[in-house]
Design a protein around this ligand. Structure first.
Ligand SMILES: [Zn+2]
Length: 554
């Protein structure tokens, strides 16, 4: 008999010997995930329930029974194994990011994962991740596939899950009722607690994401600002306007020397007549939320994914006013913002100097912008979507000659780097952004035939290990300021200031004002002197600086 057949016979015998019921398989899997994939959850639980062992045990058992109750609904012969394989793999993936980077898998993070590009996500797949996934996800998944699940008659097959569900729910309810008041206050105050629980948190995230997406399928897009028209500044003609809006990526305000950082990360911008707003908070903590939000008419309080995709954005309003509007992308796409305008992707440009492996450094824009500016004959707004400081591979965001702060972290495996190395690599990305913005301003300055301006604003910040957190995407309510305070830097040529009637000193005086992404929509309209019912003067930082100039002129 061939040896492979012998092996298969042994395997079949072994499988027959270890037949187990579906409910037992679920109990074993939940116990495994509970104990192995929840380091952060356990550490938070231990600190919360310190000195209260009974409450601790009661709560953990209640969560365990609730999980069992939910999973027992999948205890059907054809369903149980695929479901449990999905659970162990999902928990292995999410526990790695939770436990090593502090990344919480909520709805918005699931959205980020879904809309991210392969090029962007490949940097997160490190050797450490693959090892973790293999040991905690793939091997248990193989074990689950190999186990033979007992088959019962129809009645027992259906009754067992129903009974398990009822018993587990009753036990969980009983345990929670025993100390409901303190559990309720813990859950209210420590929102990070259950957000760290695998597989509960990512499953709830997936369900909420699917609900959000299903609500927004085929929603019509409501036009906004169709009344927009150019204001009095345009009546006497003048030079065509070229405004470059740089949508930055993962740049946090705290690491800009323009905003008080002790490391010289903005040597070039420091020599230019820019206005840097130091107190600007972002709409979200990740691109998928912040980017559509900051260009929308909605504030952080009123923005939602559904509202965002069902309404036109400020770029559409600019088009309605007669501007030519383009979006150039060197990041993960425009998130639907450029659906109705011209857009161009730079991420796969063939360019030895700036590009490699499906991504480019932001220097790729400079020559293209120079060529483009020379052709402009009408009022134009160009959005440049930078890759900026996108991690974890900060060292890939800048050319070798911009390795100014050393030593740097040169891997996506943060545990192999010191905090200082990670920060140095990040600071180099900011210094490179400084260089690119200065180049952009330089070439806009040279365009004598145009009235030029630049607005730079980042989508969200980044954690560099403070409080054990890395990267970004923390739920807003618990996100540190490192993830939510972002730079906004403006530059205007003299022609632009004169033509649009803007008082730069007045604007500079506002650089310490508390602002947010809520202001961007209205300020872009105000800066360009566009009249529309959509512009709310209270949120337009230019509103009083135009008035001031008019008063000064009179
Ligand atoms: Zn981003």
């Amino acid at each position: 008999m061939p040896s492979s057949q012998t092996f298969q016979n042994h395997l079949a015998k072994a499988r027959n010997a270890i037949q187990i019921g579906p409910i037992i398989l679920i109990i074993l899997t939940v116990s495994f995930v509970f104990s192995i994939d929840n380091a952060t959850f356990w550490s938070i639980a231990t600190s919360i329930f310190k000195g209260h062992p009974l409450s601790y045990a009661g709560y953990i058992l209640a969560v365990f029974f609730l999980t069992l109750a939910a999973f027992s609904l999948f205890a059907l012969p054809w369903l149980v194994k695929p479901f449990l394989v999905f659970i162990v793999v999902l928990s292995a993936v999410t526990s790695y990011y939770m436990d090593s980077l502090g990344v919480i898998m909520d709805r918005d993070m699931i959205q980020n994962v879904m809309v991210t590009t392969l090029t962007e996500s490949k940097h997160l797949i490190t050797a450490g991740f693959v090892t973790h996934l293999t040991v905690y996800g793939v091997l248990p998944a193989i074990a689950i596939t190999l186990v033979k699940v007992k088959r019962y008659g129809a009645l027992r097959t259906l009754a067992a899950p129903a009974l398990t569900f009822c018993v587990c729910m009753s036990l969980a309810a009983g345990l929670l009722m025993a100390d409901l008041k303190s559990y309720a206050s813990i859950l209210r105050e420590r929102k990070d607690f259950m957000s760290s629980f695998q597989p509960g948190a990512p499953l709830v995230g997936v369900i909420r994401y699917v609900k959000m997406m299903s609500r927004s399928v085929n929603v019509p897009v409501v036009a906004i600002g169709e009344d927009a028209k150019k204001g009095p500044s345009y009546i006497s003609g003048g030079k065509p306007v070229l405004m470059v809006v740089v949508a930055g990526e993962t740049a946090r305000s705290q690491n800009f020397s323009l905003n008080g950082y002790g490391v010289e990360t903005n040597p070039k911008l420091a020599t230019l007549p820019v206005v840097s707003f130091k107190q600007l908070s972002s709409c979200g903590t990740a691109t998928a939320v912040s980017l559509p939000c900051m260009f929308s008419r909605f504030t952080r309080d009123t923005y939602s994914y559904e509202q965002g995709i069902s309404h036109e954005n400020v770029l559409d309003v600019l088009s309605h006013a007669g501007f030519h509007v383009e979006w150039w992308d060197n990041n993960t796409g425009d998130k639907g913002l450029a659906d109705r305008i011209t857009s161009r992707s730079f991420t796969h440009t063939q360019n030895e100097e700036f590009c490699g492996a499906g991504e480019c450094m932001d220097g790729i824009f400079t020559q293209a912008l120079k060529d483009y500016a020379a052709t402009i004959t009408q009022d134009t707004v160009l959005v440049l979507h930078h890759i900026g400081s996108h991690g974890p591979t900060y060292h890939l965001r800048y050319p070798a000659e911009f390795e100014r702060f050393t030593p740097t972290c040169r891997t996506a495996e943060f545990k192999n780097c010191s905090r200082a190395e990670i920060t140095n690599a990040y600071d180099n990305t900011i210094a490179y952004t400084d260089e690119i913005l200065a180049q952009t301003i330089g070439l806009l300055q040279d365009e004598d035939g145009l009235a030029t301006a630049m607005v730079y604003v980042s989508d969200h910040g980044e954690s560099l290990g403070e409080g054990g957190l890395y990267l970004h995407g923390s739920p807003y309510f618990m996100a540190p300021e490192f993830q939510t305070k972002v730079p906004m830097i403006m530059w205007m040529s003299e022609t632009f200031e004169n033509q649009l009637g803007i008082d730069r000193n007045c604007l500079s005086a506002k650089s310490d004002s508390v602002l947010s992404h809520d202001n961007l929509f209205h300020s872009l309209l105000g800066m360009l002197d566009l009249q529309t019912v959509e512009r709310n003067p209270a949120l337009d930082v230019f509103a009083s600086c135009k008035a001031a100039r008019k008063v000064a002129r009179n």
